[in-house]
Design a protein around this ligand. Sequence first.
Ligand code: PLP
Ligand code: ZN
Length: 441
Amino acid sequence: MTLRAEFRCLSGCPGGYPLTQTIYRCPTCNGLLDVWHDVQALRDMHDAKGWRDLFDRRRCWGDFPLSSGVWSKHEWVAPELPVEHIVSTGEGHTTLLKAEGLGRDIGLPNLRIKMCGNTHTGSFKDLGMTVLVSMVKHAIAQGANIKAVGCASTGDTSAALAAYGATAQVPVVVLLPKGKVSTAQLVQPIASGAKVLALDTDFDGCMAIIQELANEGVLYLANSLNALRIEGQKTVMIEICQELGWRAPDWVVLPSGNLGNGYAMYRGLAMMRELGLIDRMPRLCMAQAERANPLYRAYAAGETEVAAVKAEPTLASAIQIGNPVSAPRALRALEATDGVVAQASEQALSDIAARADRTGLYVCPHTAVALACAEQLAADGTMKPDDEVVVISTANGLKFTEFKVRYHEAALADHGVTATHQNPPLELPAELGAVREAISA
Ligand SMILES: *Cc1c(COP(=O)(O)O)cnc(C)c1O
Ligand SMILES: [Zn+2]
């Protein structure tokens, strides 16, 4: 019995292509590709209990790299990829935190946060990148002529690609919008030895150029236009249900920019449904920054297509995207999950980040967008107080020091933000009396 997966057209044009082939779009309609799995073969291999037991066993006792969150689901991700070609940093298997303090505060006492930023390069991008770079390594071993792998990035994709590329010793090129990524994000690919090109444009401008380069064959494209990324990212949804004892929550909320991640959540859910590991779908909420909200606009207007917008500067810099590549995928995910789209202002995301931090979290601005949207949906009754809500925390707050420093210095006026929960340090002379007084004040 052999498991099989291949690229197929998302819109259903005939034809399948090996996952080792360099192909990003459907040759017939130029639309997006999807990774198709032979679900019947998976069903024949194990029943639902068999898969649950296998995944649980690997979570506890899997040997590296099958101990990783992604590769513990090897058969569901890239079944034909030999284990010796897996390029892993032990990604995934992050904590599903019970955020009781913040949950009570925002009217969702059953709030949980999936801490995807607690990973090797500090963002959930590791989950997709391990699959893509592993497949590249495998393709090269089979004789593929791939000289370099490249991406356009708002910061986290390039950090992940550069680290996995360095692990596999594959050359990496990254295009970044100059001045629009955090210091931590910029230094990550530099340190990993990638060729870092900072362009005088925004993410959408970088994305347009990298697609041309990929089409010319200059490099292999690592953006989530490449459906391999989705296959790794979908495992976070499998992990969430696994941590809940193979049960789906009521809601999953995630910050959304290029929209690959939202679709990945749906893909993970759909496979678990088809193979009987869960018996119902949660509702998805895709959370956007008000300043970069093409999906929200389409959703609010009831459109069936997403029109590109010019993304304005947002503190949620990783989702400052006006022309999302995976828009058709996201619309599909929303329809299949009775999903909703919400948006958060700069003020709302800044304040909830500060409130979340005061309950012991340390959230990145994108996670803050998702939390602000969850609070809104709780307030307007879309989410019920006893709903089990999982917010995907996409990056580690430590990558966004500038955002937090500026908030607590009340220096975010350029984003129209008033720091209502400011907590600046007090500067004092080194005198016992002054210190004592400051503590009791
Ligand atoms: C990439 C990214 C997102 C958005 O994911 P998309 O697939 O682009 O929608 C959200 N948060 C962070 C921190 C990211 O790096
Ligand atoms: Zn097609």
